[in-house]
Design a protein around this ligand. Structure first.
Ligand code: ADP
Length: 496
């Protein structure tokens, strides 16, 4: 086992306690408190980070408000675009540092983290093109008075946005939200997950280096209950954008009603992946394995319910076992590892409990199901596959957020579509087929925000992403997200 050498800049970064960034100043929490960030691959403390509380949230929201009405409002759209382009350049320049921090605090393999860092720059570059293209329209109104009337719309930034993000893609989740905030002329208070604040701190350092004015992006690290909750309740926050569990999403939506904040939510999923009998079975099985095992299964769009046509079930199960067995579990910093640890002891406990309950409730464990014997430390769990003929076990119905796939078989397509849609979630769905007609017909019937045909987990900043049902409110990326961060103003001018 040989791990990559950490960059000297990363070593130096870890040696300094992480601080809050409020109104352009790096500072400790008002309480002086800090919390420890753990490396999930070896359970050692990686760094200490300021634990923000209510007072820090107040100061950060005030700093954001001051920037929104002051210095940021004076920047032209072209200037905002230029700053975003500069940020994208910096994200490219420091890509390896960012990737190492992601692997250290989240656990994912370094190749996956490098992919995440590279995509962050591309996402910011996409949003850099937007500021000069956010436009209203002129509308053909028909006043009853008959007076000549001009009507046009303006799109204006919503204002102070609280961004509460999770730990599974600690950099991507920040830029998905900061991109539209900065493109539209909004301002932000960013609250990363307590498990993964380090890459967010490094990102905000790059935002500062890019030249964004003080107060435009503020960072308050801390715990969900002490930092996230006061942000969600804050009366001077105009919009809250949250990605995380459906359970916390519900709390956020309730907290937002105090001042009727705009709310966008990206929540959980239990996404159905369907293999039709005419599919390229080898490719489909590989896609299904990647769709659940990528990022240790800690993906809101994980293809965790696999519906395989009965005629190809044995072949698919064989292929899935082969892919699971081929995974090399180990620390993400070892380039030979294809699967890292889960993010925390809590997550490991939760996934292990599902593995146990799944068997108790009658699902048949095909492979995996235990911690790997050769790794003494770290929150590792084997990639696991269940077969659940009755489709009643918790592993067939509940989000696990780990590398656990539950396979079911089917014979009749209309009945299958009903089963695939029988979930409180509706984030993603997929199907594998060579038949164009089935592909488009089934895609139209699936209740999901993203449908992947002969692929999985394809996301692009130009295309909307979000969920039906309890998987969320609103869409991220694309033109849809620009609308979500702007208010529409209708202006009437009496020309008589
Ligand atoms: P997970 O259960 O996978 O850790 P969560 O939904 O709990 O995911 O966390 C996502 C984000 O929400 C994190 O930044 C977390 O700190 C934050 N959070 C957790 N609880 C609350 C809460 N009650 N109010 C606001 N934010 C919260």
């Amino acid at each position: 086992m040989s791990q990559i050498q950490l960059l000297p800049a990363v070593e130096k970064f870890l040696a300094q306690p992480g601080r809050l960034f409020i109104g352009g100043t790096w500072q400790d929490a008002a309480s002086g408190r800090r919390f420890a960030v753990e490396n999930p691959a070896n359970e050692c403390v990686l760094a200490e980070v300021a634990e923000g509380g209510e007072r820090d949230v107040d100061t950060a929201v005030a700093a954001a408000r001051a920037a929104f009405t002051g210095v940021w409002a004076q920047q032209s759209p072209a200037q905002r675009g230029l700053l975003l382009f500069r940020l994208a350049e910096l994200l490219d320049q420091y890509r390896e540092e960012l990737a190492q921090l992601i692997t250290l605090e989240n656990g994912k393999p370094i190749a996956t983290a490098r992919g995440e860092a590279a995509s962050a720059a591309n996402i910011i570059r996409y949003f850099a093109g937007w500021p000069t293209k956010i436009e209203g329209s002129t509308l053909p109104v028909s006043p009853s008075s008959g007076a000549p009337m001009l009507n046009y719309t303006l799109r204006e930034p919503v204002g102070v946005c609280a961004l509460i993000v999770p730990w599974n893609f600690p950099l991507t989740m920040c830029v998905w939200k900061l991109g539209p905030v900065l493109a539209t002329g909004c301002v932000a208070v960013l609250k990363p997950a307590e498990q993964t604040p380090l890459v967010a701190i490094r990102l905000v350092q790059l935002i500062e280096a890019a030249g964004f004015p003080p107060g435009v992006v503020n960072l308050v690290t801390g715990l969900g209950i002490h930092t996230g909750a006061p942000l969600a309740q804050h009366p001077d926050v105009d919009k809250i954008a949250f990605t995380g569990s459906t359970q916390v999403g519900r709390l956020i939506a309730q907290a937002a009603t105090g001042n009727m904040k705009k709310v966008s939510l990206e929540l959980g999923g239990k996404s159905p992946n369907i293999i039709l009998p005419d599919a390229d079975i080898v490719r489909a099985a590989k896609g299904a394995a990647d769709g659940i095992f990528y990022n240790q299964g800690q993906v809101c769009t994980a293809g965790s319910r696999l519906y395989v046509h009965a005629s190809v079930l044995d072949q698919v199960l064989e292929e899935l076992q082969r892919h699971a067995a081929a995974h090399v579990l180990g620390p993400g910093l070892d380039p030979a590892s294809s699967m890292g640890p889960l993010v925390s002891a809590r997550q490991l406990g939760s996934v292990s409990a599902y593995l146990q309950r799944g068997q108790e409730e009658g699902a048949e464990l095909i492979c995996g199901g235990a911690r790997p014997a050769h790794l003494e430390r770290g929150h590792f769990i084997q990639p696991s596959v269940f077969l659940d003929r009755a489709e009643r076990a918790c592993v067939a119905r509940e989000e696990i957020f780990g590398p656990v796939l539950t396979v079911m078989s089917w014979t009749e397509i209309d009945e299958l579509v009903l089963r695939a849609n029988d979930s409180p979630y509706g984030l993603a769905a997929g199907l594998w087929t060579r038949d164009l007609r089935s592909a488009h017909r089934v895609a139209a019937q699936l209740k999901a925000g993203s449908v992947w045909i002969n692929c999985w987990n394809v996301v692009d900043p130009a295309s909307p992403f979000g969920g039906y049902k309890q998987s969320g409110w609103g869409r991220e990326m694309s033109k849809n997200v620009i609308d979500a961060y702007t208010e529409t103003k209708s202006v009437f001018v009496d020309l008589a």
